[in-house]
Design a protein around this ligand. Sequence first.
Ligand code: ADP
Ligand code: ADP
Ligand code: ZN
Length: 215
Amino acid sequence: MRTILLGPPGAGKGTQAETIVNEFSIPHISTGDIFRSNIKEGTTLGKKAKEYMDQGLLVPDELTIELVKDRLLQDDCKNGFLLDGFPRTIAQADALEDALKSMNQSLDCVINIVVSAELLIERAVGRRVCKDCGQTYHVKFNPSSKEGICDKCGGELLQRKDDTEETVSKRISVYQEQTEPLIEYYTNKGIIINIDGEKPIDEVSRDIVASLRSR
Ligand code: ADP
Ligand code: ADP
Ligand code: ZN
């Protein structure tokens, strides 16, 4: 299965990606995660990406598109993939389509997680991420059993630098301007699945898996 998770910052893309990739045994490709690991390792790409990410802006298409194209050529993507946080612009979506065409592939569907703007700030500001294994929690909606400690690996839970109220607001407006047009783009192609992302995490998971299975 070749699919994309679309949705505003804080909608639950990363959270749902975990269930989907386990269910369908496909790799999870998160451009945000790739940029963050480059920042951690201090690479040239990481240094460039950080300037944009810290401001809540999109990393330029030139840097992002090549990265994803290379990733899709790797062996583990042969039988499918889940893209999370890519594409985020029409130019990225066009480039993805061209890249897949040249590999004789196409997208099966696009999962659009719908959450109203009012809920997004609270979700993103309360997000905590394990510094060692990357597991995501929420202080109120999905807390770890011991405050500040990862249930999975015992690592320390941190807040992302771009998860402040100010930067999240900026990211939401960037989403509305540059990414939201993709909903129409994929609706016109007849491959969008709209999912109510305001329900509790496990209900959203169930809805997504059921929609994917019934296709
Ligand atoms: P995204 O990848 O779309 O930015 P995340 O999956 O990281 O979003 O989720 C953002 C925050 O909201 C996290 O702290 C997560 O635990 C929480 N969250 C995710 N889905 C839900 C949900 N359905 N209800 C309540 N909180 C959620
Ligand atoms: P969220 O799901 O909360 O928006 P991500 O982890 O997907 O967060 O992205 C974090 C940041 O990484 C974005 O605000 C942006 O700066 C950068 N980024 C991630 N994916 C892309 C992309 N496809 N194009 C441009 N920038 C991106
Ligand atoms: Zn952990």
